[in-house]
Unconditional design. Sequence first.
Length: 231
Amino acid sequence: MSRRASLNWLDCIHWALLFLLAAFFSLSLITCRQVVPAPSVVVIPLPSESSPDQVLPSDEVLAKKARTVLDLPPPVPIAPPMKDEVKIPPPEAWKIVVSKTQHKLFLYQQGELLKMYPVDLGKNPKGPKVHQGDMKTPEGEYRVVEKRDRGQTQFYLAFLLNYPNEADRQRYETAVKSGWVRNDVGIGSLIEIHGEGMGWDWTKGCIALKNSHMQELFNQIPVGTPVWIEP
């Protein structure tokens, strides 16, 4: 065999061995390779719009389910705050009695004597008031028709009385008809129970108390309170 033929044979053996080695290496890789499972995928359904035919639970049902799951007691309703109001009894619960002889004002509540105050009267206190300018304090049964605060009266605070009443008008008409009172003299008006008391009779027919006493009365007495003025 020639040298050239020997080299060709050796080359064929060399390439055959390389092919076998490559095949063996590839087979080893395929046999030894570990198969890693693919990770599982969790599909979370997205909220979908409810169909027109679907009935949704009410807020009351949802709240009940929530309380059941959480085991919580139902909420306690909070009462609205109470208003701080001072309730004044009706006028019939109060009564004022003025004794001209004693120069006293007696305050009654529910028929019981509550307070007593000294008062000033008109300059000519004896006898009932007949006409304007006679300086007399009226006598009879009246009512508080208006409460006058500061700036609404000349005398601190005041209760305006419903003078003249029907008895006063009859007395006045009798005096005019008899000629005892002139036709141009009126019956008078604006009789008050007011403040600025001085301790002596000085008014034109009103009843005056000390300012501190008038303040007490003003805070308690409602409009409509009966006032009885005795001789």
